[in-house]
Design a protein around this ligand. Structure first.
Ligand code: GLN
Length: 497
């Protein structure tokens, strides 16, 4: 059996039984990373990784292993790390070495996980295809001519290609869910504020939220349990008690039975998520997944999310506005790239930023600065905030009729890679239509592998589950029940020989 494609539970067993040591496991993944042709990883540091693995093995040998001890993880290169460079996929941070670890990195380290390195991502997490990375695009392990999704595309590709059994991602408008869907893995963006943003390079602070990406819902529950929890260092961190996110696996609903684990579950289907924009092949796969959930006892109820389309203009005003403010710190003075072509301060700022930021980032800074400027603030930014509130209210109303909302993650499967310079940015923005709503409303949402479409190659499709605030445990339990009855999540792309 090839352990590299195992889920975390399988690796746990392998470690506990002594079938493999934490160091051997880490070595296996590092070797796979060194052979990778997808551009999934940006940085490794084998010496540190192997030292962490030996420390984990000592705990295992002493009988002091926790659930995650010795299990490897890759971090999206947007979490700052002391032992690996952090670039956020940007030239402006080339060579940047953080003096501290992100809270997520610290927590997973304390849980005993072994860091494999940093995964590729779109520059400052702006994008849906992982083509806007200053260090080269990332490709999809299911079809190397296609995108892996983004912005956490490196994380998703790494797990799908067996370069890491688990990875962290961040989701501002869909960046955990959409690459998870396109690479055939499981990923969850929890309720806004669940996971500390401390040490997460900021894109749009009112939307940014970290999340785990792995093969199964159970893996994600284990990871989320270690990642979540109040952090006084993050002003938007929620003071929620810690919980075990797999605690409802034996009883996903109050009336669950063995043959109908989802009995009583009201599954809301918004007609807006099944409109003409949804590719027919994807729709078919989603319909089959919903039918499977019905067989497990779930009941479909129609719900209405009337402002779904407005989530696009609302998000693409608010996110760039926050980005333009967050990215003003990259001025070539304190850290990051500094031009060597400047005689005065003004030119230093301008040249450093022009040389350091990529096209898409510059575009968003311009849009953001524009919508926040005097005379346009009311017309754009304020309007977008009002729409955001209405979208959140639509979800509240929908959840009066259902327990969870189901739909596709993305209107299509992974699309072909293309030169970003000739690409139409608008079409990429429009493809976010099903993920932005939960982001704007701060709701937990996940992607679960649910089948494939055929487009020359086999391309994975993800089912989206959106829950009310703090219902991650319920969502993960439903996804787990689905995964016990299907095997989409265990399918892997053709493996290297
Ligand atoms: N595609 C969206 C954007 O480009 C979402 C990115 C994300 O969630 N980080 O902003």
């Amino acid at each position: 059996m090839d352990l590299r494609y195992s889920d975390l539970a399988g690796l746990r067993q392998a470690l506990d039984s002594g079938m493999v040591s934490a160091e051997e496991l880490a070595q296996d993944y590092l070797a796979a990373i060194s052979r990778d042709t997808h551009g999934a990883m940006l940085a490794v540091n084998p010496e540190v990784t192997l030292a962490q693995a030996r420390a984990a093995q000592a705990l295992i040998d002493a009988g002091q292993a926790d659930r995650l001890t010795g299990l490897p993880v890759a971090h999206k290169d947007i979490f700052v790390t002391q032992q690996w460079p952090t670039t956020a996929g940007s030239k402006i941070l080339q060579g940047y070495q953080s003096p501290f670890d992100a809270e997520v990195v610290t927590r997973l380290g304390q849980a005993g996980m072994v860091t494999l390195g940093k995964a590729s991502c779109d520059e400052f997490a702006m994008g849906s295809a992982n083509q806007h990375c200053a260090y080269g695009p990332c490709s999809n392990p299911w079809d190397a001519s296609r995108i892996p999704g983004g912005s956490s595309g490196g994380s998703a590709a790494a797990v799908a290609a067996g370069l890491a059994p688990a990875a962290t991602g961040t989701d501002t408008g869909g960046s955990v869910r959409q690459p998870a869907a396109m690479c055939g893995i499981t990923g969850i963006k929890p309720t806004y504020g669940r996971i500390s943003r401390w040490g997460l390079v900021a894109y749009a602070s009112s939307l940014d939220q970290a999340g785990p990406m792995a093969r199964t819902a159970q893996d994600c529950a284990w990871l989320l349990t270690a990642m979540a929890g109040f952090d006084p260092k993050d002003a938007t961190s929620l003071e929620q008690p810690t919980e075990d996110f797999s605690r409802l696996f034996d009883q996903p609903t109050a009336s669950a039975t063995e043959s109908a684990p989802l009995a009583g579950l009201r599954m809301g289907l918004p007609e807006q998520y099944f409109g003409p924009g949804l590719a027919p092949q994807v729709r078919q796969v989603i319909d089959q997944a919903i039918a499977q959930l019905e067989r497990l006892g779930g009941r479909v109820v129609p719900v209405d999310l009337p402002r779904t389309e407005l989530s696009i203009p609302s998000y693409y005003v608010i996110a760039p506005a926050e980005a333009s403010s967050n990215l003003s710190r990259f001025d070539g003075v304190r850290y990051g790239h500094r031009t060597d072509q400047a005689q005065d301060l003004e030119t230093l700022y301008r040249r450093s930023r022009t040389e350091g930021f990529g096209l898409e980032v510059q575009r968003r800074i311009l849009i953001g600065t524009f919508v926040l400027s005097h005379g346009y603030y009311d017309a754009y930014y304020l309007q977008a905030q009002k729409v955001r509130r209405l979208i959140a209210q639509d979800f509240d109303r929908a959840f009066e009729q259902c327990d969870l909302i189901l739909g596709p993650v993305s209107p299509t499967a992974a699309w072909p890679q293309a030169d970003v310079k000739t690409q139409d940015p608008l079409s990429e923005y429009l493809a976010d239509v099903y993920t932005l709503g939960a982001s704007l409303a701060g709701l937990p949402a996940m992607s679960v592998p649910c089948g494939f479409v055929q487009a020359g190659s086999r391309l994975p499709v993800g089912l989206q589950i959106i829950g009310p605030r703090f219902q991650e445990a319920r969502m993960l339990a439903v996804a787990h029940a689905y995964q016990l009855s299907t095997d989409w999540h265990y399918q892997t792309p053709e493996r290297e020989s």
